[in-house]
Write a protein that binds this ligand. Structure first.
Ligand SMILES: [Zn+2]
Length: 152
């Protein structure tokens, strides 16, 4: 089953929405950028899972922006995923992770390690589908069924 965590959490900002108030950045409302992912409000240290079998391709920590973040690529290279504002990395670069592997723990509480510009506990998640010439951001909510079929 395609999921990025167990349980149900409220979406605080959707794919494609203009930033208004957002946990992502106290200044987000100033720039009016489009949101390329989805934010779920969730407690710090919520276990995060890969939607499909993946390899960890990148782990970085910025003081601002995404803070501590992890990038995954599906083993068939059709999908890429980004998890941001993390409090802990459980799978380092190069590791293969299954949908049952906890790859990282969420974070995002203002000022905590890994939060970057986040000002409240949440997960910022982006996903990208392989297209001609690169990868395009897609809406996890809209494509969830497709991924379920893909993962089956
Ligand atoms: Zn976000």
């Amino acid at each position: 089953m395609a999921r990025v965590f167990d349980g149900e959490f409220a979406i605080t900002i959707r794919f494609g929405e203009r930033y208004r108030f957002s946990f992502d950045s106290p200044f987000a409302w100033l720039n009016g950028r489009r949101h390329d992912g989805v934010d779920w409000a969730m407690p710090v240290s919520t276990p995060l899972l890969p939607p499909v079998p993946c390899r960890v391709t990148d782990v970085r920590r910025y003081q601002t922006g995404h803070g501590l973040h992890q990038r995954l690529e599906s083993l068939d290279k059709q999908w890429r995923f980004l998890y941001a504002h993390l409090s802990e990395i459980r799978a380092t670069v190069g590791r293969e992770v299954s949908p049952d592997t906890v790859s990282a723990l969420s974070g995002g509480a203002r000022g905590m390690f890994g939060a970057g510009s986040s000002k409240g506990p949440h997960l910022h998640f982006e996903m990208f589908k392989r297209v001609a010439g690169g990868y395009a951001a897609v809406d996890f909510q809209q494509l969830k069924k497709a991924i379920v079929a893909f993962a089956a």
